[in-house]
Design a binder for this molecule. Structure first.
Ligand SMILES: *[C@@H]1O[C@H](CO)[C@@H](O)[C@H](O)[C@H]1NC(C)=O
Ligand SMILES: *[C@@H]1O[C@H](CO)[C@@H](O)[C@H](O)[C@H]1NC(C)=O
Ligand SMILES: *[C@@H]1O[C@H](CO)[C@@H](O)[C@H](O)[C@H]1NC(C)=O
Length: 269
């Protein structure tokens, strides 16, 4: 330790603290997979070609919020959460951090300290056909989910999949009409591959279409029609959209994170 330069010592100490938090006696790590397209990845504060770097308190780092890095290691989570994952895009604020803070605020009491482990997997602009079993994105998600639980040394618990996708399926009638079946297949496949037939999936109902797609309503109806057990629905309709007319603002992402947390917490009662 004495040999570490101050500049190196701080990240090292943070790493130790993070590891200690993850390994607290009795502590559990609730693991959430974040998947879908750009709005899940997050473009809050980043609709202008660069991310403005603004991190509101709802998205601040915490020793009890981890993210699985692109190299499959737990690290303290920091915005932008999808850095190194949503490759080729400018990433900003998404719903993940506010979700984690809201879950912690509601589940932590006394010595039963919980850690939230976020597993970012979203990729901007992707239709659901890019997420079928065997595709690169599907396999990356399953690999990351497995690694996330394995890295928790027996204290990890896969708690849910947060899914925000569908905007790219509003452009062709065929995609929109196939959406329900494709989504149900995806849920079945993920549950089977992760060995969790009951795994919670929370879908976000899309609010507008990508590139003025004509079939927004068809996709929204398809999303609502998914009636598998333990699949929840949260609506993004009405959340503020940024000046690019395409992405949720930072404030909207905070609201969405809170809605997702409320939906998750509702399943615990
Ligand atoms: C977008 O970028 C331009 C120039 O880089 C800057 O003048 C403008 O204030 C930015 N807008 C926002 C909303 O950040
Ligand atoms: C999505 O699918 C198309 C068609 O198969 C493919 O060309 C593209 O590379 C995929 N994109 C991603 C991000 O997997
Ligand atoms: C992001 O979400 C907003 C609100 O649902 C929607 O209007 C927009 O089309 C979405 N953008 C993309 C690229 O999916």
């Amino acid at each position: 330790m004495a040999m570490l330069q101050p500049a190196l010592a701080l990240p090292f100490l943070l790493l130790l603290l993070t590891a200690a938090a993850a390994g607290l006696p009795g502590g559990r790590t609730l693991v959430f997979i974040l998947a879908g397209q750009s709005n899940m990845s997050g473009r809050g504060g980043a609709t202008n070609g660069t991310w403005d770097g603004i991190v509101p308190p709802e998205c601040a780092p915490s020793g009890r919020i981890l993210r699985l890095s692109p190299a499959l290691r737990w690290e303290e989570a920091r915005e932008p959460l999808h850095d190194g994952i949503d490759v080729g895009n400018v990433v900003g604020i998404g719903p993940g951090m506010p979700f984690a803070h809201a879950v912690l605020a509601a589940t932590s009491s006394g010595s039963d300290s919980v850690v939230v482990g976020l597993v970012p997997c979203a990729q901007g602009g992707t239709p659901i056909a890019n997420w079928t079993r065997g595709t690169e994105l599907y396999e990356r998600m399953v690999t990351r989910a497995r690694a996330a639980v394995a890295e928790c040394s027996g204290r990890g618990e896969l708690a849910g999949v947060l899914w925000f996708q569908g905007e790219a399926d509003t452009m062709r009638r065929e995609d929109a009409e196939l959406y329900r079946r494709r989504m149900e297949t995806l849920v079945h496949d993920v549950r089977r591959d992760l060995g969790r037939p009951d795994l919670l999936v929370i879908q976000v109902g899309i609010a507008t279409a990508q590139y003025n797609g004509k079939f927004l309503d068809v996709v929204r109806e398809a999303q609502k029609a998914v009636t598998l057990p333990n699949v929840k629905y949260v609506d993004a309709m009405g959340l503020p959209i940024a000046s690019d007319h395409t992405h949720l603002t930072m404030e909207a992402q905070i609201q969405l994170g809170n809605k997702l947390a409320k939906s998750y917490l509702g399943t615990l009662q």
